[in-house]
Design a protein around this ligand. Structure first.
Ligand code: SAM
Length: 224
């Protein structure tokens, strides 16, 4: 069970926000969401049934505007991708990408990954990506960060042995503390620092670079 703090309740990792979709994107969203979405709540997912194949499944946590999912799907047809975010706009953008590229290998989840993670069977995912997570910089907010012990434990459970947990962030304190959090979990190997060539630059990354911050990519392989 994902809890996150001693008060034994779910500690949210996102900032709620309401922003309306424009009329075009609203239509796309309404037309496609039922066909390409996975519900946040529900029984354990049968990924073979979801995708109709046995290809490896990657999970992008916090897909934001959806740019990476839209670029990854068509260029990695031998992989499946589940992209999740709380906010509707990115989900709608990905749905549009699914339609325009006739993608069969991409699904979206509009919801909280802390809830969704419970739907994955043990050792069912090949990769989990946490790219430019909300930084929660203030010390009293840091318990809201995604890479905290309870979430890392759940990532270890759902990743296959040999599967990879990836983080990219331009907040030095974030990656350094994440390295410590993951090191405390015996499932993961030593961190590796390299950027996958398919990880395109997103708006968040570009903004950080403009403001003088350097992105750092860290990954950990589940070893046991
Ligand atoms: C700073 S944005 C980065 C978006 C994207 N990865 C990128 O690089 O452009 C972080 C995203 O994570 C999402 N997020 C945070 N906590 C989440 C959670 N528990 N479940 C799903 N999405 C979450 C936020 O809604 C936000 O869109």
């Amino acid at each position: 069970m994902l809890r996150g703090d001693s008060e034994n309740r779910l500690v949210r990792t996102f900032r709620p926000r309401r922003r309306k979709l424009g009329p075009e994107l609203s239509k796309v969203y309404e037309r496609l969401k039922d066909d390409w979405s996975i519900a946040e709540h529900g029984p354990t997912l049968d990924l073979l049934e979801v995708f109709g194949n046995n290809n490896s499944v990657c999970l992008e946590i916090g897909c934001g505007r959806g740019d990476l999912a839209v670029s990854f799907g068509p260029t990695h047809l031998d992989h499946n991708l589940i992209a999740i975010d709380i906010h509707t706009r990115g989900i709608a953008n990905i749905l549009q990408g699914i339609e325009s590229h006739s993608l069969e290998n991409t699904r979206v989840v509009e919801g909280d990954v802390l809830v969704l993670l419970k739907r994955f069977a043990d050792a069912s995912l090949t990769e989990i990506w946490v790219f430019f997570p909300d930084p929660w910089p203030k010390p009293r907010e840091q318990r809201r960060r995604l890479l905290r012990p309870d979430v890392v434990r759940e990532c270890a459970r759902v990743l296959k042995v040999g599967g990879v947990l990836r983080l990219a962030t331009d907040i030095e304190d974030y990656w350094r503390k994440s390295v410590s959090v993951v090191a405390a979990n015996e499932s993961f190997d030593e961190p590796e620092f390299s950027r996958p060539d398919w990880r395109i630059e997103t708006v968040f990354e570009r903004r950080g670079i403009k403001e003088g911050r350097q992105p750092v990519d860290v990954s950990w392989i589940r070893q046991v």
